[in-house]
Write a protein that binds this ligand. Structure first.
Ligand SMILES: NC(=O)c1ccc[n+]([C@@H]2O[C@H](COP(=O)([O-])OP(=O)(O)OC[C@H]3O[C@@H](n4cnc5c(N)ncnc54)[C@H](O)[C@@H]3O)[C@@H](O)[C@H]2O)c1
Length: 247
């Protein structure tokens, strides 16, 4: 059984669907989720009582989770640079993205005897993006949290990894993905030439939860179409180069 947070939208929904098609029983947890899962819970990842109550019900009705995908998250742009002290954005972002992950992972680890966790980081946690300092810090924190868990729980046979997407076609990135001109500018920076569909990231999370990744723990895998390679070669340049090569 897999416990998936953020299952009501975007990546979490794609992860749930992928895990179901791989033969998992999926339990969803989200502020708003009416997903087609074995069980669905509406709750806040920051609320340890709500997460614990959901996991106790899951244990009674199904089993203890052996897979946990922590996809719930928020992104809100900062009102300005750091000296403007936008504490509201800092508090919301750190509390949902980082403390929410601490809460869900902690409640699951209280119950799990074996299995795997996959956290969702972000390329922004590795390469800073202007206007997204709180978000980047929250995701870098998630990555450090996962590595700590990997060490602390290896003796129990529990693995912990992070998948860090670049741009993904979900409601969270709508401001970019829904606007043709902005989308083109972003896609031009991605060597593989397109913003990821959530399914392209979900398949990596499913792999890391599966026994095929039995020897992988403490890793943080970027899934960004090569954007973080930092090359000044645009995706158009890449296509042109292969046009030359084909001649
Ligand atoms: N979309 C991108 O470009 C992108 C890039 C890198 C990382 N991410 C990360 O991917 C993950 C999934 O995001 P998405 O793009 O699918 O966005 P999304 O907005 O489509 O989905 C996020 C889900 O998390 C849920 N959620 C938010 N706060 C919650 C809370 N306090 N408790 C419970 N559920 C809560 C929302 O209800 C929503 O269903 C997030 O962690 C996000 O930071 C997204």
């Amino acid at each position: 059984m897999a416990f998936v947070t953020g299952s009501g939208s975007g990546l979490g929904r794609a992860v749930g669907n992928r895990l179901v098609s791989d033969g998992w029983k999926v339990v969803g947890f989200d502020l708003h989720d009416d997903g087609p899962w074995e069980l669905s819970f509406q709750g806040d990842v920051r609320d340890a009582n709500a997460v614990s109550a959901a996991l106790d019900t899951v244990n009674e009705r199904l089993s203890t989770p052996i897979g946990v995908a922590l996809c719930a998250g928020v992104f809100q742009p900062m009102v300005g640079p750091l000296h403007q002290l936008d504490f509201e954005t800092w508090e919301k972002t750190i509390s949902v993205n980082l403390m929410g992950a601490v809460t869900v992972a902690g409640c699951c680890l209280q119950r799990m005897a074996k299995g795997a966790l996959v956290f969702v980081g972000s390329a922004v946690g590795k390469h800073p993006q202007a206007g997204a300092s709180a978000y980047g810090v929250s995701k870098a924190g998630v990555s450090a949290l996962s590595r700590s868990i990997a060490i602390e729980y290896a003796g129990r046979g529990i693995r912990s990894n992070v998948v860090s997407p670049g741009w993904m076609d979900t409601p969270m990135a709508q401001a970019i993905t829904g606007d043709d001109r902005r989308r083109k500018r972003v896609e031009d920076r991605i060597p593989l030439g397109h913003i990821a569909a959530p399914e392209e990231v979900a398949s990596i999370i499913a792999f890391l939860l599966s026994d095929n990744a039995a020897q992988v723990t403490g890793q943080d895998l970027t899934v960004d179409g090569g954007e973080g390679l930092g090359s000044f070669t645009s995706s158009d340049d890449v296509r042109r180069m292969w046009g030359w090569a084909a001649k």
